[in-house]
Design a protein around this ligand. Structure first.
Ligand code: F6P
Length: 340
């Protein structure tokens, strides 16, 4: 039996650990064969594959990015299910393991509905996929953001400045919440909770009154109460979504104008998605990769592996689609007690 593996959508640390675990388990325990589709669904519709055996996956679980490459290509713009079935038949591929986020899984669902045999592995640094407690990549992103904030704090303290750290989080504030809590931020601004400049100014003033250099964490998708949409000034991405980034640079001069406190903003951007995965993410990704092999052997088409507590389970694609896993109000309020 030959299985095709693809990684699709934005990359994140841990993708290679999934690929390695699936290939190693498939070969050693079940004598399966693998090919890698290059650059996500693009490689599927173009029939662009690479060999995937033990030599290709040797030592890659600690490597960031994806050895297969990725893209945000939609397979339905390149021939859809008919073309995918044709490529699979030409290359003797029985089924596909698709590693990706909401866009990837939505395409996988449509293809499965049309008869293609696909199992999914959830992926997103934002940790916004429903039906799984955590996605790999998130823990690494939080670690990177926390380390960056620890550094921002020492330079902020030296100069007596307010420091604004902008992190990823298009629709949800999980990275901001966790890294902000870990770094002891004086305010955490997330997309789920609009905030006024008056509230923010109060938190900054309160920290300053205790002799602290305020640290404000803001998710890229955050909106002030005066904003209808998240700040975007860089056009659209390949999916037609606004490219975010820059809200920190909007807030910093406002804070400075209102408080008279010198304020600097730093956008962490793709640094959060690059480099070596944390041990937690490697373990989670490895467990997902191995569980995906069980799913293929058991014919769980149209389902993705997921984390429930400490157990790996499998759930229908539709459970992960249509509704994002946002930060609950209670988690925000819990953190907000320590703001200011
Ligand atoms: O969805 C993950 C994410 O990192 C978002 O937080 C961010 O808005 C987006 O991807 C950035 O995408 P790109 O890599 O295409 O710039």
């Amino acid at each position: 039996m030959s299985i095709g593996i693809l990684t699709s959508g934005g990359d994140c640390p841990g993708l290679n650990a999934v690929i390695r675990a699936a290939v190693l388990k498939g070969i050693t325990a079940h004598d399966l064969e693998f090919v890698g589709f290059r650059n996500g669904w693009k490689g599927v519709v173009e029939g662009d594959t690479i060999p995937l055996g033990r030599p290709q996956v040797m030592g890659i679980s600690k490597q960031g990015g994806t050895i297969l490459g990725t893209s945000r290509t939609n397979p339905f713009e390149g021939g859809g299910a008919e073309r995918v079935a044709e490529v699979m038949q030409e290359q003797g591929i029985d089924s596909i393991i698709a590693i990706g986020g909401e866009g990837t899984l939505a395409a996988a669902k449509r293809l499965t509905d049309a008869g293609i045999r696909i199992v999914g592995v959830p992926k997103t640094v934002d940790n916004d996929l429903s039906a799984t407690d955590y996605t790999f990549g998130f823990d690494t992103a939080v670690q990177i953001a926390t380390e960056a904030m620890d550094r921002l704090r020492t330079t902020g303290d030296s100069h007596g400045r307010c420091m604004v750290a902008e992190v990823m989080g298009r629709h949800v504030g999980w990275i901001a919440l966790h890294s902000g809590m870990a770094a002891g931020a004086h305010a955490i601004l997330i997309p789920e909770r609009k905030t006024t400049m008056d509230e923010l100014t109060e938190w900054v003033e309160s920290a300053r009154s205790r002799g602290r250099a305020p640290l404000i964490v803001v998710a890229e998708g955050f909106k002030l109460d005066t904003m209808d949409d998240a700040h975007s000034e860089r056009g659209l991405d390949a999916f037609g979504r606004p490219r975010l980034g820059g809200i920190g640079d909007i807030l910093a001069p406002e804070i400075e104008a209102r408080t008279g406190m010198e304020t600097r903003s730093t956008t962490l951007g793709h640094i959060q998605r690059g480099g070596t995965p944390s041990a937690y993410d490697r373990v989670l990704a490895t467990r997902y990769g191995m569980a995906a092999i069980d799913s293929v052997l058991e014919g769980h088409w149209g389902r993705m592996v997921a984390l429930r507590g400490t157990n790996i389970v499998h759930v229908p694609f539709e459970d992960a689609l249509g509704r994002l896993k946002t930060v609950p109000q209670s988690r925000y309020e819990e953190a907000a007690i320590l703001f200011g």
